[in-house]
Design a binder for this molecule. Sequence first.
Ligand SMILES: Nc1ncnc2c1ncn2[C@@H]1O[C@H](COP(=O)(O)OP(=O)(O)OP(=O)(O)O)[C@@H](O)[C@H]1O
Length: 270
Amino acid sequence: MSDKILEIENLTVSFDGFKALNNLNFSMDTGELRVIIGPNGAGKTTFLDIITGKTKPTEGQVRFKGRNLRSYSEHQIAQMGIGRKFQTPRVYLNLSPRENLEIACNPHKGVFPTLFKRPPSAERRTIAGLLETIGLIHKADMKANLLSHGEKQWLEIGMLVAQSPDLLLVDEPVAGLTDEETERTGELLLSLAESHSIIVIEHDMEFVRQIARQVTVLHQGSVLCEGTIDEVQSDPQVIEVYLGQPLHDTDAHSDHQTLQTAIEGVTAIQ
Ligand SMILES: Nc1ncnc2c1ncn2[C@@H]1O[C@H](COP(=O)(O)OP(=O)(O)OP(=O)(O)O)[C@@H](O)[C@H]1O
Protein backbone atom coordinates (compact mmCIF):
# COMPACT_ATOMS: atom_id res chain seq x y z
CA MET A 1 0.00 0.00 0.00
CA SER A 2 1.11 3.57 -0.72
CA ASP A 3 2.66 5.46 2.22
CA LYS A 4 1.05 8.60 0.79
CA ILE A 5 -2.12 9.56 2.61
CA LEU A 6 -3.02 12.10 -0.05
CA GLU A 7 -2.11 12.36 -3.72
CA ILE A 8 -3.49 15.08 -5.96
CA GLU A 9 -2.76 15.02 -9.67
CA ASN A 10 -3.31 17.68 -12.33
CA LEU A 11 -6.20 19.14 -10.40
CA THR A 12 -8.18 21.95 -11.97
CA VAL A 13 -11.31 23.55 -10.53
CA SER A 14 -13.13 26.03 -12.74
CA PHE A 15 -15.89 28.36 -11.63
CA ASP A 16 -17.53 29.66 -14.83
CA GLY A 17 -14.20 29.41 -16.62
CA PHE A 18 -12.14 30.95 -13.78
CA LYS A 19 -9.55 28.46 -12.54
CA ALA A 20 -9.51 28.62 -8.74
CA LEU A 21 -7.15 25.62 -8.86
CA ASN A 22 -5.01 25.21 -11.95
CA ASN A 23 -3.25 21.95 -12.75
CA LEU A 24 -2.26 21.53 -9.11
CA ASN A 25 -0.08 18.61 -8.00
CA PHE A 26 0.40 17.76 -4.35
CA SER A 27 1.16 14.79 -2.16
CA MET A 28 1.86 14.13 1.48
CA ASP A 29 3.06 11.15 3.48
CA THR A 30 1.06 9.35 6.10
CA GLY A 31 1.86 10.92 9.48
CA GLU A 32 2.98 14.24 8.03
CA LEU A 33 2.07 17.68 9.35
CA ARG A 34 1.91 20.03 6.35
CA VAL A 35 1.29 23.76 6.47
CA ILE A 36 -0.19 25.52 3.44
CA ILE A 37 0.27 29.23 2.99
CA GLY A 38 -0.50 31.61 0.14
CA PRO A 39 -1.84 35.09 -0.47
CA ASN A 40 -5.55 35.91 -0.58
CA GLY A 41 -7.34 34.13 -3.40
CA ALA A 42 -4.50 31.61 -3.90
CA GLY A 43 -6.97 28.72 -3.72
CA LYS A 44 -6.42 27.44 -0.17
CA THR A 45 -10.10 27.10 0.77
CA THR A 46 -10.95 25.54 -2.59
CA PHE A 47 -8.11 23.08 -1.99
CA LEU A 48 -9.74 21.96 1.28
CA ASP A 49 -13.19 21.91 -0.36
CA ILE A 50 -11.85 19.49 -2.97
CA ILE A 51 -10.31 17.15 -0.41
CA THR A 52 -13.54 16.98 1.62
CA GLY A 53 -15.69 16.50 -1.49
CA LYS A 54 -17.59 19.76 -1.00
CA THR A 55 -16.39 20.77 -4.47
CA LYS A 56 -15.64 18.29 -7.25
CA PRO A 57 -12.66 18.64 -9.61
CA THR A 58 -13.22 19.89 -13.13
CA GLU A 59 -10.16 17.87 -14.12
CA GLY A 60 -7.62 15.72 -12.32
CA GLN A 61 -7.96 13.48 -9.31
CA VAL A 62 -7.62 13.28 -5.55
CA ARG A 63 -6.58 9.98 -3.95
CA PHE A 64 -6.92 9.41 -0.21
CA LYS A 65 -5.13 6.31 1.08
CA GLY A 66 -4.96 5.20 -2.55
CA ARG A 67 -8.70 5.61 -3.25
CA ASN A 68 -9.93 8.04 -5.88
CA LEU A 69 -12.46 10.31 -4.13
CA ARG A 70 -14.31 11.43 -7.25
CA SER A 71 -17.36 9.22 -6.85
CA TYR A 72 -17.79 9.73 -3.09
CA SER A 73 -20.07 12.26 -1.38
CA GLU A 74 -18.85 14.70 1.27
CA HIS A 75 -20.46 12.55 3.95
CA GLN A 76 -18.83 9.36 2.66
CA ILE A 77 -15.44 11.06 2.52
CA ALA A 78 -15.82 12.16 6.16
CA GLN A 79 -16.63 8.55 7.07
CA MET A 80 -13.54 7.38 5.18
CA GLY A 81 -11.45 9.36 7.68
CA ILE A 82 -11.09 13.00 6.64
CA GLY A 83 -12.09 15.53 9.32
CA ARG A 84 -12.26 19.27 8.79
CA LYS A 85 -12.00 22.06 11.32
CA PHE A 86 -13.48 25.30 10.03
CA GLN A 87 -12.18 28.72 10.99
CA THR A 88 -15.09 29.54 13.29
CA PRO A 89 -15.62 27.07 16.13
CA ARG A 90 -18.79 24.99 15.79
CA VAL A 91 -19.50 23.69 19.26
CA TYR A 92 -22.73 23.34 21.25
CA LEU A 93 -22.46 26.45 23.43
CA ASN A 94 -25.08 25.43 25.97
CA LEU A 95 -23.43 22.07 26.60
CA SER A 96 -20.18 21.37 28.44
CA PRO A 97 -16.90 20.35 26.77
CA ARG A 98 -17.45 16.80 28.08
CA GLU A 99 -20.95 16.65 26.56
CA ASN A 100 -19.69 18.11 23.28
CA LEU A 101 -17.05 15.37 23.11
CA GLU A 102 -19.62 12.67 23.96
CA ILE A 103 -21.73 13.82 21.02
CA ALA A 104 -18.69 13.90 18.76
CA CYS A 105 -17.91 10.30 19.76
CA ASN A 106 -21.47 9.29 18.80
CA PRO A 107 -22.33 11.37 15.75
CA HIS A 108 -25.05 8.96 14.60
CA LYS A 109 -26.90 8.65 17.90
CA GLY A 110 -27.99 12.28 18.09
CA VAL A 111 -27.81 14.75 20.94
CA PHE A 112 -30.54 13.51 23.30
CA PRO A 113 -29.82 9.77 23.40
CA THR A 114 -26.14 10.62 23.86
CA LEU A 115 -26.76 12.98 26.75
CA PHE A 116 -29.27 10.87 28.65
CA LYS A 117 -27.35 7.64 28.54
CA ARG A 118 -24.14 7.25 30.52
CA PRO A 119 -21.33 6.44 28.08
CA PRO A 120 -19.50 3.11 28.45
CA SER A 121 -16.32 3.22 30.52
CA ALA A 122 -13.95 2.93 27.52
CA GLU A 123 -15.62 5.96 25.98
CA ARG A 124 -15.43 7.88 29.27
CA ARG A 125 -11.70 7.18 29.38
CA THR A 126 -11.31 8.34 25.76
CA ILE A 127 -13.17 11.54 26.57
CA ALA A 128 -11.10 12.17 29.71
CA GLY A 129 -7.94 11.65 27.63
CA LEU A 130 -9.18 14.09 25.01
CA LEU A 131 -10.05 16.69 27.67
CA GLU A 132 -6.51 16.31 28.98
CA THR A 133 -5.01 16.64 25.49
CA ILE A 134 -6.94 19.80 24.67
CA GLY A 135 -6.23 21.32 28.10
CA LEU A 136 -9.86 21.51 29.23
CA ILE A 137 -9.97 18.87 31.94
CA HIS A 138 -10.58 21.55 34.61
CA LYS A 139 -13.36 23.13 32.57
CA ALA A 140 -14.90 19.84 31.45
CA ASP A 141 -18.30 20.47 33.01
CA MET A 142 -18.88 24.17 32.56
CA LYS A 143 -21.00 25.53 29.70
CA ALA A 144 -18.96 25.93 26.52
CA ASN A 145 -20.20 29.49 26.09
CA LEU A 146 -18.02 30.43 29.07
CA LEU A 147 -14.87 29.25 27.30
CA SER A 148 -12.48 31.69 25.62
CA HIS A 149 -12.27 31.76 21.82
CA GLY A 150 -9.06 29.72 21.98
CA GLU A 151 -10.61 27.14 24.31
CA LYS A 152 -13.55 26.77 21.93
CA GLN A 153 -11.09 26.17 19.09
CA TRP A 154 -9.35 23.46 21.12
CA LEU A 155 -12.69 21.89 21.99
CA GLU A 156 -13.61 21.71 18.33
CA ILE A 157 -10.24 20.19 17.50
CA GLY A 158 -10.96 17.64 20.26
CA MET A 159 -14.39 16.93 18.75
CA LEU A 160 -12.75 16.29 15.43
CA VAL A 161 -10.19 13.94 16.96
CA ALA A 162 -13.02 12.12 18.80
CA GLN A 163 -14.22 10.91 15.40
CA SER A 164 -10.81 9.24 14.82
CA PRO A 165 -9.97 10.76 11.46
CA ASP A 166 -6.78 9.70 9.66
CA LEU A 167 -6.38 13.12 8.06
CA LEU A 168 -7.21 16.35 9.87
CA LEU A 169 -7.76 19.55 7.86
CA VAL A 170 -7.42 22.65 10.01
CA ASP A 171 -8.29 26.05 8.57
CA GLU A 172 -6.65 29.08 10.23
CA PRO A 173 -6.76 27.76 13.80
CA VAL A 174 -5.14 30.80 15.44
CA ALA A 175 -7.09 33.64 13.83
CA GLY A 176 -8.22 35.92 16.66
CA LEU A 177 -6.30 34.09 19.40
CA THR A 178 -3.98 35.66 21.98
CA ASP A 179 -0.23 34.98 21.69
CA GLU A 180 -0.40 32.49 24.55
CA GLU A 181 -3.40 30.68 23.03
CA THR A 182 -1.62 30.63 19.67
CA GLU A 183 1.41 28.94 21.20
CA ARG A 184 -0.74 26.40 23.02
CA THR A 185 -2.62 25.65 19.79
CA GLY A 186 0.74 24.94 18.16
CA GLU A 187 1.65 22.57 20.97
CA LEU A 188 -1.73 20.83 20.63
CA LEU A 189 -1.31 20.34 16.87
CA LEU A 190 2.24 19.07 17.34
CA SER A 191 1.04 16.52 19.88
CA LEU A 192 -1.81 15.42 17.58
CA ALA A 193 0.68 15.13 14.73
CA GLU A 194 2.33 12.25 16.58
CA SER A 195 -0.66 10.07 15.66
CA HIS A 196 -2.44 11.86 12.77
CA SER A 197 -1.74 13.28 9.33
CA ILE A 198 -2.59 16.98 9.44
CA ILE A 199 -2.93 19.82 6.94
CA VAL A 200 -3.01 23.30 8.45
CA ILE A 201 -3.84 26.44 6.49
CA GLU A 202 -2.46 29.50 8.19
CA HIS A 203 -1.46 33.11 7.62
CA ASP A 204 0.32 33.76 10.93
CA MET A 205 3.98 33.22 10.03
CA GLU A 206 5.23 33.05 13.60
CA PHE A 207 2.78 30.22 14.21
CA VAL A 208 3.81 28.55 10.93
CA ARG A 209 7.39 28.70 12.13
CA GLN A 210 6.38 27.08 15.45
CA ILE A 211 4.69 24.03 13.89
CA ALA A 212 5.88 23.62 10.31
CA ARG A 213 8.28 21.01 9.10
CA GLN A 214 7.20 21.18 5.46
CA VAL A 215 5.42 24.16 3.93
CA THR A 216 3.55 24.35 0.61
CA VAL A 217 2.99 27.76 -0.95
CA LEU A 218 -0.08 28.13 -3.18
CA HIS A 219 -0.37 30.94 -5.70
CA GLN A 220 -3.00 31.41 -8.38
CA GLY A 221 -4.34 27.91 -7.89
CA SER A 222 -1.03 26.07 -8.23
CA VAL A 223 1.84 25.02 -5.99
CA LEU A 224 4.46 27.76 -6.20
CA CYS A 225 7.07 26.03 -4.05
CA GLU A 226 7.56 23.59 -1.18
CA GLY A 227 10.21 23.24 1.49
CA THR A 228 11.10 24.07 5.05
CA ILE A 229 9.96 27.43 6.35
CA ASP A 230 13.48 28.84 5.83
CA GLU A 231 13.62 27.54 2.25
CA VAL A 232 10.20 28.93 1.45
CA GLN A 233 10.88 32.31 3.00
CA SER A 234 14.05 32.78 1.00
CA ASP A 235 12.55 31.60 -2.31
CA PRO A 236 12.66 34.50 -4.82
CA GLN A 237 9.26 33.55 -6.32
CA VAL A 238 7.65 33.59 -2.90
CA ILE A 239 9.22 36.96 -2.10
CA GLU A 240 7.88 38.30 -5.37
CA VAL A 241 4.37 37.00 -4.78
CA TYR A 242 4.17 38.40 -1.27
CA LEU A 243 5.76 41.72 -2.14
CA GLY A 244 3.67 41.95 -5.29
CA GLN A 245 6.54 43.18 -7.44
CA PRO A 246 9.36 41.59 -9.42
CA LEU A 247 12.59 41.10 -7.54
CA HIS A 248 14.68 43.02 -10.02
CA ASP A 249 12.48 46.05 -9.38
CA THR A 250 13.15 46.07 -5.68
CA ASP A 251 15.96 45.96 -3.19
CA ALA A 252 14.24 43.11 -1.43
CA HIS A 253 16.62 40.45 -2.71
CA SER A 254 19.50 42.22 -1.03
CA ASP A 255 17.91 41.53 2.30
CA HIS A 256 16.27 38.18 2.76
CA GLN A 257 15.01 39.19 6.12
CA THR A 258 12.66 41.37 4.07
CA LEU A 259 10.57 38.36 3.13
CA GLN A 260 9.88 37.60 6.74
CA THR A 261 8.90 41.21 7.22
CA ALA A 262 6.97 41.27 3.95
CA ILE A 263 5.08 38.10 4.68
CA GLU A 264 4.36 39.22 8.22
CA GLY A 265 3.28 42.59 6.89
CA VAL A 266 0.92 40.96 4.42
CA THR A 267 -0.40 38.48 6.93
CA ALA A 268 -0.85 41.10 9.59
CA ILE A 269 -3.39 42.95 7.47
CA GLN A 270 -5.37 39.86 6.43
N1 LIG B 1 -17.81 29.33 -5.79
C1 LIG B 1 -16.98 30.17 -6.42
N2 LIG B 1 -17.35 30.81 -7.55
C2 LIG B 1 -16.51 31.65 -8.20
N3 LIG B 1 -15.24 31.91 -7.79
C3 LIG B 1 -14.82 31.31 -6.69
C4 LIG B 1 -15.64 30.41 -5.93
N4 LIG B 1 -14.93 29.97 -4.86
C5 LIG B 1 -13.73 30.58 -4.94
N5 LIG B 1 -13.64 31.37 -6.02
C6 LIG B 1 -12.49 32.16 -6.44
O1 LIG B 1 -11.39 31.28 -6.52
C7 LIG B 1 -10.21 31.92 -6.03
C8 LIG B 1 -9.62 31.11 -4.91
O2 LIG B 1 -10.48 31.25 -3.77
P1 LIG B 1 -10.14 30.58 -2.36
O3 LIG B 1 -11.22 31.02 -1.42
O4 LIG B 1 -9.93 29.14 -2.52
O5 LIG B 1 -8.77 31.31 -1.99
P2 LIG B 1 -8.02 31.39 -0.58
O6 LIG B 1 -6.58 31.14 -0.84
O7 LIG B 1 -8.71 30.52 0.41
O8 LIG B 1 -8.22 32.91 -0.18
P3 LIG B 1 -8.31 33.58 1.29
O9 LIG B 1 -6.96 33.51 1.88
O10 LIG B 1 -8.73 34.97 0.96
O11 LIG B 1 -9.35 32.82 2.05
C9 LIG B 1 -10.62 33.34 -5.61
O12 LIG B 1 -10.31 34.21 -6.69
C10 LIG B 1 -12.10 33.22 -5.41
O13 LIG B 1 -12.74 34.46 -5.68
